[in-house]
Design a protein around this ligand. Sequence first.
Ligand code: SAH
Length: 246
Amino acid sequence: MRSGKIYVVGMGPGNEEHMSIRCRKVLSEVEYIVGYKKYIQLIKHLPNISGECIEGVMKKEVDRCREALDLAEKGHSVALVSSGDSGIYGMAGLVLELIEHEVRSVDCEIIPGITAAHAAASRLGAPIMHDSAYISLSNLLTEWELIEKRIKCASEGDFVITLYNPKSKGRPDLIDKARDIMLKFKSAQTPVGIVKKAMRDGETIVITTLEDMLKESIDMMTVIIVGNSRTKIFGQSMVTPRGYEI
Ligand code: SAH
């Protein structure tokens, strides 16, 4: 069997300007581009895309990775796309697990991208700047008790916290529970940045507080950055000072 190559590509938050040159080059060279249909729709109009696009559906990530690996094993070049970074709640880990467990004979290259937290942070100002934790509120693959524990520990440790997957129709109340835990350790006045569709059409940016954050619209296209005890709001910006003497 001739072996091809799989590229696990982080395509950034959405717009072309924030895709890496490596990402653009790979997308323009591969024979197949495999990904969740919303991500394929964001890239298939780009210039120089000649590979065949294969659109997958939500919750079929394992099948999608296997399909991409099967093509690569037949000798094809395949890009498996994730939004943001391919290694942050993306496909990179799953692909490497499948290569190991199914003894797949393929080359694999992981291509990083700008993750939602960093895209949103740049829109808000400089809210991360210091030690931070990324926590997904999705309990599809992680039990809620462990998510709660991580929110508690990160809050107790005064980390800046970025919440991914903050709300879906099936579990609309988890964000309320997450906020209640954070309020035990963080002040109600802690600045919170809420960015929807960062760097995509329809982007919205809101700066509020832990007390008021639930008044804002939050969905699965939203990422939320909760400051630490030093985070401030300066005009239109949310800033976590690193501690420089000025
Ligand atoms: N690999 C992706 C994350 C996938 S998990 C990355 O590195 O960004 C999906 C979650 O990411 C969404 O529920 C949302 O919380 C966040 N997200 C992804 N793209 C986003 C964007 N453009 N704007 C705001 N949040 C985004």
